[in-house]
Write a protein that binds this ligand. Sequence first.
Ligand code: LIP
Length: 256
Amino acid sequence: MQALDRRLDTAIRLAGEAGAIAMRLRPPPGGPQATLKGIQDWVTEADGTVERFLSDRLREAFPEDGFQGEEAGVGRAGRLRWVVDPIDGTANYMRGANRFCVSLGLLEDRTPLVGAIFAPALHEMFAARKGAGATLNGVAIRSADTADMSRATVEIGWSARRPDADFIALCARVKASGAVLRMGGSGALGLADVAAGRQDAYGEMHINLWDVAGALAILAETGAVVGDFMANDGATAGNPILACAPAIAEAMAALF
Ligand code: LIP
């Protein structure tokens, strides 16, 4: 476990340094200041800069580990593999808004071992190592004990990779259940908020491995119920994601 503790400590340190780079490069508040790489799918200069920083520093620290980033793809193979989203919540980031993060996850095959998610504008660091609990700014976190959908807060992420009609129908089902519905634009932070008990579910009809790799390791330490994102070829093609407070997991699965 000592090797994983070293990797957790390094992930936290590098997420912090990467977050500082992202803040320096963040556009001022205003209209879209990024490049479209798909339908409402943005990329900024910071995405590449932060990803290269993390790839270089993780290779220095753990040359035997693999690396995969949202922008450059799979750069290195290894028994342990870092999966990184340099800026998650790019649609917020590129308008000078605060709800964005740097997300690092460490996988062994399909098993999440370490996660670090840093939201620099919110001054929040989520972190976890398999079997050692999860923290927010160093304080232990647990998923919520909400047991009634009429008392629940649920976030649904939008993806251009699924029909808008299906997304709208899902949102309508969740709202009809009595839950409060929200959309934040960062899947990693939405999942981290479920881990911390700050909302009761996060669902998205399709999301990619780099968006969730850090959050999966964190959620696993908090009692949250999480669908099998790695099923079939989830690690390469993405999958739906549903992470819930335990007592509403069955109700949410029926809606999802
Ligand atoms: C985002 C995800 C979010 C999804 C957005 C976008 P990005 O990732 O975190 O869950 O709904 O469409 O894909 O592009 O900000 O790294």
